[in-house]
Design a protein around this ligand. Structure first.
Ligand code: ADP
Length: 441
C-alpha cells in the first residue's frame, strides 16, 4: 500500500513539475499550475467514480483495472468482501444447522424477546401450541393462559419447570421450562409429558386404592387381636406372640393412614379451601395432644406463640404437618427430654418451629429426610416404629402452602425443624386482591 501511495505521490509531483515548466515557458504560471491540478483532480474523480460504480454493482466480479495505488485499494476491499462473504456463509450454515436440529426435536423450543413476545419457535412448538407465522411479536400469555403458567412466567423463578394441561388438546399435559439468556431474552422448552403424567396418576391411584382396601382387613385384624389378647386362658407364649402381632398390625394401620394422607395431598388441588388459620388455638390443641401422647414418658413440652399470628391455608393440613413434627420429637427424644413448640413472625415470614434435645442426627441425612420411607439408620433399628412418611407429609403440606422446611440437628444435642411461610395472611390477601383488581382491568 505504501509503495502504491509513494508512486501516486510521484505522479502528482511530476504533474505539478510539468505545470511549473509549462508556466515558465508560456509566462502563465498560475494557469499552468491550475491546469495541472485540475488534470489530477479529474483523474482522481474518475477513479472514485469507477470504484463507486463497482461497489454499487454488488456483483461478484473482480474490481476494474486501475493504476497501482487505486488497484491496491480495490484489491484490499475486494479481499475484505470475499472474507466477509465466507464468514457470512459459514454463520448461515451454523444457523440452518441449529434450525434443522431444533426442527428435529420432539420438544417445543420458543425464543421470547425481553418483553416476553414470541421471536422464534421450532415446528414442535408450533404443533404443541398452534402458533402461526403471523403470531410473531405476540405475547406468549395470549397462547398459554393457565394461571399456574402466568404466575411462573411473571415471578421469574425458573429453577423448576411447571406442568399444566395443554391449552390446545384437553387430553395432553405439557411441561414448560424457562431459561434466561442473552439480553433478558428467554428460552422456553415445552415438553409433552402426557404419558409420564398418566403413569404418575396411575401410581397415585394404585397407592390410594391399595391403602384404602387394606384399611378394613387391618381394622378387623386388630379388633380380633385385641379381643384375643384380653382372653385370660392364654399361655404366656401366646400372649407374647399376640402382643407382637398387635404392635405390627397397628404399625401397618399407621403406614396405611400415612400413605392415604400423602395421596390425598398429592391429588387435591392446592389452594382449594384455604382460609385464614389463627395459629394460637391450633398449636394449643397440638400441644395438648402432645402432652397426652408423651404421657408417662414425661417430656417437658412448652408452647410459645406470638399473639395474632395467622396463616392462609387448610387448617387440617397445617395441623397434620405440625403434629407430625411434634410426634417425631416425642418419638425420638428420650423420656423427660425437652420439646419446644414456637410460632413467631420474622420480617415478612412466619416461622413455626419444633425443637428438641433428643439424639439428633448427622447433617448428611438432611437432604433425604423428606423422601418417602427414608429413615436415619439409628432410628431404623430402634423400636420407634415409624415408616419414614411423616416428613414427606410435612414437605407436601408446606409445598401446598408455599412454605419450606428448614432442618438443623447436631448429634447428641438435638434437632430443630422449622416451617417457614414467606407471607402472613394480611400480605397474601392484599396480594390476591391486587391480582384480582389487575385481572379485572
Ligand atoms: P418416621 O415415621 O420414621 O418418624 P419421618 O419421615 O417422620 O419418619 O422421619 C424420618 C426420619 O427422620 C426418622 O426416621 C428419624 O430418623 C429422623 N427424625 C425425624 N424427626 C427427628 C427428631 N426430632 N429427632 C431425631 N431424628 C428425627
Amino acid at each position: 500500500m505504501l509503495r502504491g501511495f509513494s508512486a501516486e505521490l510521484r505522479r502528482l509531483l511530476m504533474l505539478l513539475a510539468l505545470g511549473l515548466i509549462a508556466g515558465l515557458w508560456f509566462g502563465h504560471m498560475g494557469w499552468a499550475l491550475f491546469l495541472a491540478s485540475s488534470i489530477y483532480v479529474v483523474y482522481t474523480l474518475r477513479q472514485i467514480y469507477c470504484f463507486n460504480r463497482w461497489l454499487l454493482s454488488n456483483s461478484d466480479l473482480p474490481p476494474p483495472e486501475a493504476n497501482r495505488f487505486w488497484g491496491e485499494v480495490y484489491d484490499r476491499i475486494y479481499h475484505m468482501q470475499r472474507r466477509q462473504e465466507k464468514e457470512k456463509a459459514s454463520l448461515e450454515a451454523v444457523i440452518s444447522r441449529v434450525q434443522e436440529t431444533t426442527s428435529a426435536l420432539r420438544d417445543g423450543v420458543i425464543i421470547l424477546d425481553r418483553r416476553g413476545y414470541l421471536d422464534w419457535w421450532n415446528p414442535a412448538a408450533q404443533r404443541l401450541l398452534g402458533f402461526r407465522l403471523s403470531d410473531q411479536g405476540k405475547s406468549i400469555i395470549n397462547f398459554v393462559r393457565h394461571p399456574r403458567f402466568v404466575s411462573y412466567f411473571d415471578e421469574g423463578q425458573y429453577g423448576e419447570p411447571v406442568e399444566i394441561p395443554s391449552p390446545r388438546f384437553n387430553s395432553k399435559q405439557l411441561q414448560f421450562q424457562i431459561t434466561r439468556f442473552g439480553n433478558a431474552e428467554r428460552l422456553v422448552v415445552v415438553r409433552d409429558v402426557t404419558q409420564l403424567h398418566k403413569l404418575e396418576q396411575m401410581r397415585q391411584d394404585f397407592v390410594a386404592n391399595v391403602s384404602h382396601e387394606l384399611r378394613t382387613p387391618l381394622t378387623v385384624l386388630t379388633g380380633y387381636l385385641e379381643t384375643l389378647s384380653d382372653s385370660p386362658n392364654l399361655g404366656p407364649q401366646w400372649q407374647k406372640a399376640l402382643t407382637q402381632m398387635e404392635q405390627q398390625a397397628r404399625r401397618m394401620a399407621m403406614l396405611v393412614n400415612d400413605l392415604l394422607a400423602l395421596s390425598k395431598l398429592e391429588t387435591a388441588e392446592a389452594g382449594y379451601n384455604q382460609k385464614p388459620v389463627p395459629l394460637e388455638p391450633l398449636l394449643r390443641s397440638i400441644h395438648t395432644e402432645a402432652q397426652a401422647l408423651s404421657g408417662e414418658l414425661g417430656h417437658h413440652i412448652t408452647l410459645e406463640c406470638e399473639a395474632g399470628v395467622e396463616l392462609l391455608g387448610s387448617e387440617k393440613e397445617l395441623h397434620s404437618a405440625f403434629s407430625n413434627l411434634v410426634t417425631n420429637a416425642i418419638k425420638y427424644t428420650p423420656p423427660g427430654g425437652k420439646i419446644a413448640l414456637k410460632a413467631k413472625r420474622h420480617r415478612q415470614e412466619v416461622h413455626i418451629s419444633v425443637q428438641d434435645n433428643g439424639p439428633g442426627f448427622e447433617s448428611k441425612h438432611i437432604p433425604y429426610l423428606t423422601q418417602r420411607f427414608y429413615r436415619v439408620e439409628a432410628s431404623r433399628n430402634s423400636s420407634t416404629g415409624g415408616a419414614g412418611l411423616g416428613l414427606a407429609i410435612v414437605k407436601h403440606v408446606l409445598l401446598r402452602h408455599e412454605g419450606e422446611l428448614q432442618i438443623r440437628s447436631e448429634v447428641g444435642k438435638g434437632s430443630e425443624f422449622t416451617c417457614v411461610f414467606n407471607q402472613t395472611v394480611d400480605q397474601k390477601l392484599t396480594q390476591r386482591s391486587l391480582y384480582n383488581n389487575d385481572s379485572s382491568v
